[in-house]
Design a protein. Structure first.
Length: 242
């Protein structure tokens, strides 16, 4: 497939800790299971421990999980060009570390990764408007790379407001929202809000595909993730835009 037909998916969330990495890994695992040439990217990751340290355990990062799920050999430095230690928004973490973020390095990594790939999956951090610099947020980055957006929304009270705000912000930048994925955040029985959120979203945003992603106990198992992704209808998200 030529590079200009690569499916570019930007994965954002309505908040942090709502299953964004799980959904990104599920998409990557399904692309792998279907034999697609694939790339994954976590352009900036914060809360990353220094792997050279010997006085404590090394924390497995989201970029590690993405690479494992995709089963690719791309270097971690290419998948995640910028790593910051403190678990804060990139702008804040970089400022506290005394660093200036090299955005051109992100562009170079993205352009290299997407060459001759059927799909590239780019996972953001936190929500759509998380600041990278004082004048740039993740929405700008997805727009810069012409990504179609997948909004991951944690199924809990408040998700309707958070999802509608994210859709409005994305569409104001001219981004196409490919889908909203409502994730189950627990294996317990659903509350009233959790039981009604999906149908409410279908009503509120009828022009956007809404999908449900189940709770997955073995979420670091690529086969389990691929099966969950297949069942959730993720295959259509990997297909080129009609």
């Amino acid at each position: 497939m030529s590079t200009d037909r690569t499916v570019r998916l930007g994965i954002t969330g309505t908040d942090t800790e709502i299953g964004k990495t799980v959904v990104s890994c599920a998409l990557a695992s399904l692309a792998r299971a279907r034999g697609m040439s694939r790339a994954v990217m976590k352009p900036m990751e914060t809360g990353v421990m220094d792997r050279t340290r010997v006085d404590g355990p090394s924390m497995r990062s989201d970029a590690d999980r993405l690479r494992d799920a995709a089963g690719v050999q791309d270097s971690l430095e290419l998948i995640r060009p910028i790593a910051l230690v403190e678990p804060l928004a990139p702008m804040v973490a970089a400022r506290r570390a005394g660093r200036t973020l090299d955005l051109s390095a992100l562009d170079r990594a993205f352009d290299q990764l997407r060459v001759d790939r059927d799909v590239i999956i780019v996972e953001g951090a936190g929500g759509f408007l998380v600041p990278i610099t004082p004048t740039m947020h993740y929405g700008h980055l997805f727009s810069r790379w012409q990504c179609e957006l997948i909004i991951v929304a944690g199924n809990r009270l408040g998700v309707l407001n958070h999802t509608l705000l994210t859709v409005q912000a994305a569409e104001s930048l001219g981004l196409r929202v490919r889908a909203i994925v409502l994730t189950s955040l627990t294996g317990r029985d659903a509350t009233v809000a959790e039981a009604t959120n999906f149908d409410a979203l279908v009503t509120l945003v009828p022009h956007i595909r809404c999908l449900r992603f189940p709770w997955v106990d073995r979420w670091e198992d690529p086969d389990a993730l691929a099966a969950a992704a297949e069942g959730a209808g993720f295959a259509e998200l990997l297909a080129p835009r009609a």
